[in-house]
Design a protein around this ligand. Structure first.
Ligand code: PHE
Ligand code: ZN
Length: 849
């Protein structure tokens, strides 16, 4: 069955058109008679007219539903049904709506609404999936108490809230429909308990398919640590006696925060040492925390409308980043968060898909679960905290939790709490929510008579629909060092509010060396003429770990850019600086590894674009190879010792001390492998007793093009483990060079284990292709053509994933005429595909606009 092809043309929805709902819901009773292709959903909904309604017309959303019957107060409702919903004559007083619909979960390949995954029933309702389950006012500002009865053969039947037995569930907390969830299947569970600060004993369960139980303990531990953290840091306790997590193999996103019944992509919760890498463990911990934290920031207080998505997502990402920083160390966490922000959000914010953290219009809301809403949304919270200080930040949060508990809110509601606590006017701060684009801040400096003056000049480039921008308030943390490398002025936050804004530091003996935007206090691009000598100096001496790393990064970027644009040879000063980092015993292994993970191809591309140069991904790739070889050769004598010292004895643990040692040890292995033809990597592969070591070794071997035997052995060893086989698919594409990458991706789509029904598998191949810059952009255009073919195919089954993956094309305006032409051609071909979903067509139209 083909998914959503509405007869009505897709419409643009505007924030400014928001009106309150016509009716409110007091209670919802649902009965599910489960059947793969003929599930019946019987609903009893107590409505009452909303006194604040703008338009009293009774309207319910509903899509792909077969209406069996509908009544109002027992009388036939005479509903007028369209593809998108229905209207009926309703009394001007409270009334009972009763309806029965039929749906077909087994043929629901879009994975939105009620669908089946490996014989198990499950739901995904955010953002607008509940309307594929029954007729309902499917908007987040309609909140109701739900009672659910599930009828079916399945031994395990779950929904939100409390278990009343016999497949019946009651959720006492009023919630919007997007937080509804149902799961039924043959599942097993790991059980544990947690006692909240005020003594509530909570039963915790992680439900999985038989055979996956050994992969649940880490997730359970992460859940309990998240619960404790939210009590200690935000004073937030859990509010039900039961908290269930379910792992599902086929899932569009990472996970979903349904009240009391979180549903996870198996890749985002299941982990055992032999099947999951350190990176996987860390990601799982983050996602478990994120979904748990949503219980307060999202569920207890939700969004009035989908334009306010960052109200829950930006805040919850900020909270999960704080949690991760507390668990794994703030420096390494901040560096990884900024790497991710630059790779995904800066790229988005500086291309055709740029949009404000709070968008003002959309066609398909699923297209706005973006890096801008999530990651830039989190940065905005971080800036607020920096500007007002920790005490006022937490006081403002407390006010928000008490003032708005049980409500559906806006960004204005959120900001008002901080205005009330601090007495500050946050009108200018609010521009961070409404203006798209990454601000550029140019820095000038001068020194006279003991006074050092920093001048910041801000500007934000035009973005789609926003030609001009007003100056924002930008908190820029600055510290000063003297020539001896000593800190002579502790970190001070310069609040830049004007287009040109000066800050003076007085009483200095000599011109200092500034460390600017410490801890990445604002998500901006700094433009400053800085010598490589100064960068090397900061890499050696900065007391701010983020800026210490950043200096090395800037150095590396500059070296690469010069190699690419001026045919320069690898810079000796940079190589020496790396050796100094490697030798420095005061630095943590995780930090060292971060200093050695050089800028990505996309990073260099962004730097070139900023400098007015057209990037050539092929040339960048080849230059990177040259530089990496030079680094390895310079490090040659140190590598065996680093590698040996970083080996972790004893049984595997994902804890960060061990993970950071493996991280640095495997960075050394990668360098060694460029010199020894893969000998050490082959040895590590043969002896590895955990996935981190096994996969790192396989990566080195594939990169050296000597890993065929291990690649085959890996498949044979893991062919029954879907999550590991996803890695196998993805590794081969990531490590294939240039035009070999699209060729490998094409070859893998013919593998019997490839399927586009599973989003993880599709992403393993095509996400890896899009992430392999030099491969995806190989000058023959085979990457573009292949991805376009597959997006068209996938769109007919799963429009959300197809739309999401189309962002691989968002950088087309960067490139030379040939690449631009081929990328546009691929996009136009997608645009012209018959029956294209509104999701993918909105994306392609925006990318091409
Ligand atoms: N709300 C989920 C989260 O951020 C993400 C999600 C969105 C999942 C839409 C499914 C569908 O945790
Ligand atoms: Zn979220």
């Amino acid at each position: 069955m083909k998914d959503a092809s509405p007869a009505t043309p897709s419409q643009t929805i505007y924030l400014k058109d928001y009106t309150p709902p016509s009716h409110l819901v007091d209670s919802v009773e649902l009965v599910f008679k489960l059947h793969p292709t003929q599930t019946r959903v019987i609903s009893k909904i107590a409505f009452r007219p909303n006194p604040d309604a703008a338009d009293p017309t009774f309207y319910l959303h509903g899509e792909q539903l077969k209406l069996i019957r509908a009544s109002i107060d027992g009388q036939d409702a005479n509903a007028k049904v369209t593809d998108l919903g229905l209207t009926a004559q309703a009394p001007d007083a409270p009334f009972l709506w009763e309806a029965e619909v039929e749906i077909s979960p087994a043929t629901n390949t879009a994975l939105e609404g009620l669908y089946m995954s490996n014989g198990m029933y499950c739901t995904q309702c955010e953002a607008e999936g509940f309307r594929k389950i029954t007729y309902y006012p499917d908007r987040p500002d309609v909140m109701a108490v739900f009672t659910v009865k599930i009828e079916g053969e399945e031994p395990v039947k779950l929904s939100n809230g409390n278990d009343l037995g016999d497949g019946t569930w009651h959720d006492p907390h009023p919630k919007p429909a997007y937080l509804f969830a149902l799961v039924a299947g043959d599942l097993v569970n790991l059980h544990d308990t947690f006692t909240t600060r005020s003594g509530r004993k909570v039963d915790l369960n992680i439900y999985v398919r038989d055979g996956d139980l050994h992969k649940t303990p880490f997730g359970m531990d992460a859940l309990k640590r998240s619960m404790t953290w939210d009590e200690e840091v935000y004073g937030r306790e859990y509010d039900l006696d039961l908290f269930n997590i379910v792992a599902v193999d086929d899932f569009n996103m990472g996970a979903m925060e349904n009240k009391g019944l979180n549903i996870f992509n198996s890749a985002a919760v299941l982990a055992s040492p032999d099947t999951a890498t350190d990176g996987n463990f860390h990601r799982i911990e983050t996602i478990i925390a994120h979904e748990y934290f949503h219980n307060w920031t999202g569920n207890r207080i939700t969004c009035r409308d989908w334009f306010q998505l960052c109200l829950k997502e930006g805040l919850t990402v900020f909270r999960d980043q704080q949690f991760s920083g507390d668990t794994r160390g703030h420096a390494v966490e901040r560096i990884s968060d900024v790497l991710q922000l630059r790779a995904r959000q800066f790229r988005e914010d500086n291309g055709p898909l740029a949009h404000p953290v709070r968008p003002e219009s959309f066609v398909e809301i699923n297209n706005f679960y973006t890096a801008t809403v999530y990651e830039k949304g989190a940065e905005v919270i971080g800036m607020l905290k920096t500007l007002i200080g920790d005490a006022d930040y937490y006081e403002g949060c407390d006010l928000y939790f008490t003032r708005h508990d049980g409500q559906a809110c806006t960004i204005e509601d959120w900001l008002k709490c901080f205005e009330d606590v601090t007495g500050r006017d946050l009108a200018q701060f609010k521009l961070w929510y409404s203006q798209a684009g990454t601000p550029r801040v140019k820095v000038d400096e001068s020194f006279h008579d003991g006074t050092y003056t920093l001048t910041f000049i801000q500007s934000t480039p035009p973005t789609p629909g926003q030609d001009t921008k007003d100056p924002k308030v930008i908190p820029i943390a600055v510290g000063l060092l003297n020539e001896a490398g000593e800190e002579i002025h502790a970190t001070k936050v310069c609040e830049v509010t004007d287009e040109v804004h000066k800050f003076r530091f007085t009483g200095l003996e000599a011109k200092p060396v500034p460390s600017i935007n410490r801890n990445f206090s604002a998500p901006i691009i700094l433009e400053r003429d800085q010598s490589n000598a100064e960068r090397a100096f900061l890499l050696a001496h900065d007391t701010d770990p983020f800026n210490k790393w950043e200096a090395g990064r800037a150095l590396a970027r500059d070296v690469m850019v010069r190699m690419v644009t001026e045919d320069a040879t690898p810079d000796q000063a940079y190589l020496d600086a790396l050796v100094a980092v490697a030798r420095d015993d005061t630095l943590e292994p995780g930090f060292k590894a971060m200093c050695f993970s050089g800028p990505s191809n996309d990073d260099i591309q962004q730097a070139l674009v900023d400098g007015g140069v057209t990037p050539d991904p092929t040339r960048i790739f080849l230059t990177g190879q040259t530089l990496n070889l030079a680094i390895s050769q310079t490090m040659q004598d140190l590598l065996p010792r680093i590698y040996a010292e970083m080996q972790v004895d004893g049984p595997y643990s994902p804890r960060s001390e061990d993970a950071d040692r493996r991280f640095w040890g495997n960075a050394a292995l990668a360098m060694l492998s460029r010199l020894d033809g893969g000998a050490q990597a082959a040895a590590q592969y043969a002896s590895a007793d955990n996935m981190t070591q096994q996969l790192a070794a396989l990566g080195c071997l594939l990169r050296a093009e000597v890993g065929e035997a291990q690649n085959a052995a890996f498949y044979a060893q893991w062919k029954d483990d879907r999550l590991v086989i996803d890695k196998w698919f993805s590794m081969q594409v990531s490590h294939a060079k240039l035009a070999a990458a699209p060729a490998k991706a094409a070859e893998l789509t013919a593998h019997p284990d490839f399927t586009m029904a599973n989003p993880n598998r599709f992403r393993a191949v095509f996400g890896a292709l899009a992430g392999n810059s030099a491969g995806f952009h190989e000058p023959g255009g085979s990457g573009y053509a292949l991805l376009a073919d597959w997006l068209i195919k996938l769109d007919a089954k799963n429009p959300q994933i197809a739309a999401r993956m189309s962002t691989a094309f968002e950088t087309w305006p960067r490139y030379d005429a040939d690449r631009q032409g081929m990328m546009r051609e691929a996009l136009t071909r997608i645009q012209a595909a018959p029956g294209l979903s509104p999701d993918l067509s909105e994306m392609v139209n925006r990318i091409l606009a």
